[in-house]
Design a protein around this ligand. Structure first.
Ligand code: MYA
Length: 226
């Protein structure tokens, strides 16, 4: 986790809400810019003008910025905000974003509705296989964390049953079983015609985290990432 000494790790729910209201629409606007960049058919002069405008905005934003990545150092209580995360990050325009919510009745089960547009294309008109893997890694990890057994991905096995079309999709994850610090999770991407990609993965609470918890006498669980 990266730490920015200028920003407090503990912020109030009100400050969290204010930052969410500020950054969520800004990030969405940049996401729209990416989609428009891919799909625009305007004339060459307009492209050059737009490029200069985008470069000017980038320069303005770089006048003040963090060193390194955003990390997940701030939040309220035990909840940390992974706002730079490439799948769920509220401040990351690369994130589709995925918004997993508790669902179903399997252990740790979480679902996320998502619309993947032109930015996530692999084969023409279809979702890139690596993007499906990205979403499944996150949702399986979230399921493990939701079950109170957070961990890092040790392995992730994927079976691509059929092509995944761009457009509206659902991503589901749940815990299959666990033994101590090891949790096996399963999940799939569901398209208009049913599951397209299936995943099975192992999530391990790393040795350093286990040792940290042992030093604290197991009094405190690992941080929860919202
Ligand atoms: C701090 C937690 C973070 C929580 C984040 C929640 C956010 C949710 C969303 C995030 C979603 C996004 C998620 C991401 O993107 S996570 C980013 C992608 N993943 C990584 O970068 C992980 C890199 N690898 C490691 O850090 C360590 O190797 C891990 C953590 C995996 C093991 O750790 P560590 O080296 O310290 O522990 P250990 O050596 O004592 O091994 C422990 C046990 O595990 C067994 N084993 C290990 N590897 C394998 C394997 N490949 N197959 C089968 N078994 C395996 C091993 O045999 C042993 O078993 P046992 O002898 O005890 O029975």
């Amino acid at each position: 986790m990266s730490v920015n000494p200028d920003r407090p790790a503990e912020i109030t729910p009100e400050e969290l809400a204010a930052q969410t209201a500020l950054y969520a629409p800004f990030t969405q606007a940049v996401r729209e810019l990416v989609d428009a960049t891919i799909r625009t058919t305007v004339d060459p002069a307009t492209i050059r003008t737009a490029q200069a405008e985008v470069e000017a905005i980038t320069a303005r934003l770089r006048e003040e910025q963090l060193e390194g990545s955003l990390g997940a150092h701030f939040g309220h209580g035990r909840a940390r905000q992974p706002w730079g995360n490439t799948v769920v990050g509220l401040r990351n325009p690369v994130a589709p974003p995925l918004r997993p919510v508790p669902a179903g009745d399997r252990e740790g089960e979480v679902h996320a509705e998502v619309v993947l547009g032109a930015a996530y294309e692999g084969p023409p008109g279809l979702v890139h296989g690596g993007v499906s893997s990205l979403l499944l890694d996150q949702i399986l990890g979230t399921a493990a964390a939701a079950a109170g057994k957070p961990g890092m991905t040790a392995y992730l096995n994927l079976t691509y049953r059929r092509p995944t079309p761009l457009g509206p999709l659902r991503v589901e994850g749940w815990v299959d079983r666990s033994e101590g610090h090891k949790t096996w999770a399963r999940g799939h991407v569901v398209g208009p015609d049913g599951p397209t990609v299936e995943a099975e993965g192992l999530f391990v609470l790393p040795r350093w985290a286990r040792e940290l918890l042992a030093r604290r006498g197991d009094a405190e669980a690992p941080p929860a990432f919202e």
